[in-house]
Design a protein around this ligand. Structure first.
Ligand SMILES: NC(=O)c1ccc[n+]([C@@H]2O[C@H](COP(=O)([O-])OP(=O)(O)OC[C@H]3O[C@@H](n4cnc5c(N)ncnc54)[C@H](O)[C@@H]3O)[C@@H](O)[C@H]2O)c1
Length: 264
């Protein structure tokens, strides 16, 4: 099995629609031992989603911006496993005034919140888990990106935070390679999760994918994204780091739709 014997931390499960939930399911099916982290008022919802996994895992509280939570998580993992082989960072948040077309009037604090929780937090997770990953002899970190190399409707400062996240991925890859830790991102197409539905105009993204993705795209199925995350967490990508892997039906490669001019 792809992840036999791996000890993995999966953040970002809220419901069983969450990309992280589908990653957790694939990871368990592929032989990994996992713990989930949950956040704030969503903890109870995460616990219910955990019960729907093949082997209900423990859920540990983690507000990524609370150093005491990170310390407690690391202490728990230390006594539970002694080491950690990998983690999924599936955490993003932007205040309402940083999304939805208010780009020109968003206050700096709201943009900073989007950056801290959605991009800087990959560094926070990586540094928190570093001692345990060193004990494991290295491992793999994966985050979830939405490609912001071009500007989107409504995505605004969350988009800017995603550009920062891509950059954080590369700098982490630079600094953690010496510990045999790979750091990558999976850039997913639009999926109808709680986070996505909080972006006003999410339907515009689905329309764009219907027009441009050569493989087509099912916004209700995070399974393909979860499977790619599992591949990157496995030993089958030992020389891949600082990479942004697209799981978007091929959308990113196509400029203006897949229709061809009529043949004469
Ligand atoms: N859904 C999409 O269309 C899509 C596409 C590409 C990338 N992504 C990214 O995938 C990741 C997971 O999102 P999702 O779409 O599965 O939605 P989701 O709502 O299921 O997950 C978002 C998670 O972020 C967590 N979170 C927010 N603030 C936190 C904090 N301070 N500390 C710890 N956790 C916190 C929430 O608890 C939740 O579990 C996000 O980074 C999102 O930007 C989503």
């Amino acid at each position: 099995m792809l992840l036999e014997g791996k000890r993995l931390v999966i953040t970002g499960v809220l419901t069983d629609d969450s990309i992280a939930w589908h990653t957790a399911r694939t990871a368990q099916e592929e032989g990994a031992e996992i713990v989930l982290t949950g956040f704030g008022r969503g903890m109870r919802i995460t616990e219910r989603a955990a019960e729907r996994l093949p082997i209900p895992p423990d859920v540990i509280e983690l507000d990524i911006n609370d150093p005491a939570h990170m310390e407690a998580l690391v202490a728990d993992l230390e006594s539970r496993w002694g080491g950690v082989d990998g983690a999924l960072h599936a955490i993003a948040f932007a205040p309402a005034d940083a999304l939805g077309g208010a780009f020109l009037t968003t206050p700096a604090e709201s943009a900073a919140t989007a950056f801290t929780t959605s991009a800087f937090s990959y560094k926070t997770l990586a540094v928190g888990l570093l001692p345990l990953m060193k004990k494991a002899g290295g491992g793999s970190l994966v985050t979830l990106d939405f490609d912001n190399t071009q500007a989107w409707p409504a995505y605004d400062w969350m988009g800017v935070a995603k550009s920062a996240l891509q950059s954080v991925t590369r700098y982490l890859a630079r600094d953690l390679g010496e510990y045999n830790i790979r750091v990558n991102a999976v850039s997913a197409g639009p999926l109808g999760t709680v986070a996505a539905k909080s972006v006003p105009g999410f339907g515009l993204f689905e329309d764009a994918w219907a027009e441009r993705a050569p493989l087509g795209w099912d916004a209700s199925d995070p399974g393909p994204v979860g499977r790619m995350v599992a591949v990157l967490l496995s030993d089958w990508t030992p020389m891949t780091s600082g990479e942004i892997v697209h799981v978007d039906g091929g959308f990113h490669a196509i400029a203006a739709g897949t229709r061809q001019p009529e043949k004469e």
